[in-house]
Design a binder for this molecule. Structure first.
Ligand SMILES: NC(=O)c1ccc[n+]([C@@H]2O[C@H](COP(=O)([O-])OP(=O)(O)OC[C@H]3O[C@@H](n4cnc5c(N)ncnc54)[C@H](O)[C@@H]3O)[C@@H](O)[C@H]2O)c1
Length: 336
């Protein structure tokens, strides 16, 4: 069994560390946040993000990055997306060429439009960056509830190595060569999750939720394919799968922030109340800029941006969306 190091001490880092520990690996958890390391060492539990999941003594917990990554066959990047670049920089002189780094953070950098593995490769050009994504709440993986994700890598060999490391009876891992679409799906669904939350906050129902999921998926897929991705991946676990789970789950912080915004909170007030990073807000700006760059019409993404950043009232945004010109569901499907 291998040494595998998980960077980050939040809910997802711990849930994945438990999967890897259950698979018999020699697991180390590292965090840059000293008080988090101390709390994890004292309680063997992240009482805030993943209460009830006890980290066994076989898992090492440290704030010493050099010793944490020394000899690790796989490094798992499980910090919040806003810290992926700074954490990658810290690894610069500590890892060998070809180091496998599995990113599980979801987001798009707003100034570069980089996905998380692209940020990692930018900082660490000789590493082997992999994306692991899909419908997978830490709260449920921590309870060993059957879950499936997909791993995207540049070679099949690496993808299968990561698949073998993570797979078990409650965590099923598929592989794919389409890393870019996997990451775009994971990041862009957070924008639509904000819209789904806003819809719930406004008191709308299942019809509106289904509308948002299907038309939101259409926007993600149109942008993703314009950027070189594959429709089939957007129709898979990391696309529609993750979108469904995020738009309808009590665990989704993006959806919860959206609910508050639908109820009249500003973005700042909602983020403060949720008390966690709302990654969809960063991805919303990036998605809008990407839609302009690739000339893709993304009305839902535009409306979310207007509500989050331009002071538009959620109900006004809904009225504008519903009163757009009539059109076909799929403009590329032609009449006989
Ligand atoms: N929670 C989930 O169910 C889940 C599931 C799939 C993917 N993800 C993704 O995984 C990533 C981590 O999510 P999360 O829920 O575990 O926690 P999170 O997004 O709240 O991340 C917090 C973690 O980031 C790390 N961090 C904070 N400040 C830092 C700093 N200055 N430098 C380096 N690291 C710092 C800390 O370890 C902290 O626990 C996110 O991108 C999220 O979208 C989460």
């Amino acid at each position: 069994m291998s040494k595998i190091t998980v960077l980050g001490g939040g809910g997802w880092a711990i849930a994945l560390a438990m999967v890897l520990n259950d698979n018999g690996h020699n697991v180390t958890i590292w965090s840059a946040v000293n008080r988090e390391v101390e709390a994890l060492k004292t309680h063997r539990e992240n009482k805030i993000s993943l209460p009830g999941v006890i980290i066994p003594e076989t898992v090492e917990i440290t704030n010493d990055l050099k010793s944490a990554v020394n000899g690790a066959e796989i490094i798992v990047m499980a910090v919040a997306s806003s810290f992926v670049r700074s954490t990658s920089k810290l690894l610069k002189d500590l890892i060998p060429n070809g180091q496998i780094i599995v990113d599980v953070a979801k987001g798009i950098e707003d100034d570069t439009f980089n996905t998380m593995t692209e940020i990692i490769e930018d900082e660490l050009p000789n590493c082997d960056a992999v994306a692991l994504s899909g419908p997978s709440h830490a709260e449920e993986v921590g309870r060993k509830i059957p879950t499936a994700v997909v791993v995207g890598a540049t070679t099949k060999e690496t993808a299968v190595k990561v698949q073998d490391a993570f797979s078990n009876h409650y965590f099923r891992v598929y592989v794919s060569p389409d890393r870019k679409s996997i990451e775009l799906g994971g990041a862009l669904k957070n924008v639509i999750a904000l819209a789904a939350g806003i819809s719930d906050g406004l008191g709308f129902g299942d019809n509106t939720k289904a509308l948002l999921i299907t038309r939101g998926m259409k926007e993600i897929s149109l942008l993703g394919t314009a950027m070189g991705g594959h429709t089939r991946t957007f129709n898979g676990l990391s696309g529609i799968g993750d979108l469904i789970v995020t738009c309808d789950s009590k665990h989704s912080r993006n959806r919860r922030a959206g609910v508050l915004i639908g109820q009249g909170y500003s973005l700042e007030e909602a983020v403060k109340e949720v008390n966690m990073v709302v990654e969809g807000a960063v991805s919303a700006k990036a998605a809008l800029n990407l839609s302009k760059k690739y000339h893709v019409d993304m009305p839902l993404t535009e409306a979310v941006n207007d509500v989050l950043f331009n002071g538009k009232k959620p109900l006004d945004a809904v009225n504008e969306l519903m009163n757009r010109d009539n059109t076909s569901e799929h403009v590329d499907l032609l009449w006989k």
